[in-house]
Design a protein around this ligand. Structure first.
Ligand code: MG
Length: 373
């Protein structure tokens, strides 16, 4: 590993774990965090959770698992180039979606609506609940007992109301301070990954076309280059080559601009990073271009009538499940029923949020279809 920048997160400047543990042997603290995340149950369930497309729609679409792996790859490349802690950027990336509900954004919105009177549902906060409490794998603590900096990176957004209850971890949302550069990298790597794979998945599904994408400057620039250089290339390869170049253009721009921001603000320590403005950023031109792409995806793909039909169904499944478990906690599996004595709505929310797409569909069928036993 190349030498880290003085403002990178290290084991020395880390705020450590909530429960003290012996130092790991043969791996760093942040490698240990990454390993714990990979071995968690919530991580394995990401394989059957989706963002835009529901899992059974096709085997080639991204799931949250492959998405998280792509985010980790992009984050590591950027972290390495900026002399930041690659292991931390990787750990945050692999954990960032652990708290997501089944059925992507539709599921999250539906669960949040159900939980309105009980403190709401935020997927970021749920990812933190998973690693802090819900995983039950270790003899000596609940959750994964991750390092402060990994948990800080997982909690990307948070309402002021929730932040006030999170102690040290919530402080930055109240004092408008920044997380580590590694967390900032993971956050933007997430955006780079989903914008690009949604283009790829959107084209494969036939919901959007290359012709439509020609109106999006970020895509058009790369697409024209590919078509010009390889006039006879089959369409699928044109798409892959274009997406590959888009990721490259975004990552290169991000590294260039971030290096510039870092040299302007010249942080010396990790605390300098936390009190400065965000330094990991695109150039203003690239920012404009990637916003246009996001906008395109929002209007043409995420609001496509076929996606909306599936989302509506997903919302119904979530709200039906929430309703039936709230009406009778005895229908919950035993471990959630126990929690329901403490906080009924939160126990139901934890149970539903942990479901995969297909588990939620089956559970709905088991509880509502009269022909099932
Ligand atoms: Mg994500």
């Amino acid at each position: 590993m190349t030498e880290l920048a003085p403002y990178a997160v290290t084991e020395t400047n880390s705020r450590g774990r909530r429960i003290a543990e012996a130092a790991p042997q043969g791996r760093s603290e942040f490698q240990r965090d990454r390993d714990r995340i990979i071995h968690s149950g919530a991580f394995r369930r990401l394989e059957y959770k989706t963002q835009v497309f529901v899992n059974h729609e096709g085997d080639l679409f991204r799931t949250r698992l492959t998405h998280s792996i792509e985010v980790a790859q992009i984050a590591r490349s950027i972290a390495r180039r900026l002399h930041l802690n690659e292991d931390l950027a990787e750990a945050i990336s692999l954990a960032h979606d652990l708290g997501h509900t089944p059925f992507g954004h539709a599921g999250q919105d539906a669960l949040n609506a159900c939980m309105k009177a009980y403190g709401g549902f935020e997927h970021n906060l749920q990812s933190l609940r998973v690693v802090d409490m819900l995983e039950e794998r270790y003899a000596e603590f609940n959750g994964l007992n991750l390092c402060f900096e990994t948990r800080e990176g997982i909690l990307k957004h948070c309402s002021a109301e929730n932040a006030a209850q999170l102690g040290e971890l919530g402080e930055r949302f109240l004092n408008s301070r920044r997380p580590s550069l590694e967390a900032q990298v993971a956050n933007l790597a997430d955006e780079i990954a989903y914008n690009n794979h949604d283009v790829d998945d959107g084209l494969r599904s036939g919901l959007i076309t290359l012709e439509q994408l020609e109106a999006v400057p970020l895509v058009a620039a790369q697409l024209n280059e590919v078509r010009h250089a390889y006039p006879d290339l089959p369409e699928r390869r044109v798409v892959h080559e274009t997406v590959r170049r888009m990721i490259n253009a975004l990552v290169s721009d991000l590294i260039r601009q971030s290096e510039l921001n870092i040299s302007k603000q010249s942080p010396v320590t990790l605390e300098d990073v936390r009190s400065a403005a965000a330094m990991i950023a695109y150039s203003p031109e690239m920012n404009e271009q990637q916003r246009a792409l996001k906008n395109f995806l929002r209007t043409q793909l995420y609001r496509h009538y076929r996606v909306l039909r599936m989302s509506t169904k997903a919302q119904r499944i979530i709200s039906d499940l929430f309703g039936i478990f709230m009406a009778d906690s005895r229908l919950l599996p035993p471990q959630f029923m126990q929690q329901a004595d403490v906080n009924h709505a939160r126990a139901v929310s934890d149970y539903i949020a942990g479901m995969t797409d297909r588990y939620a569909i089956r559970e709905h069928r088991r509880l509502f279809a009269v022909e099932e036993e």
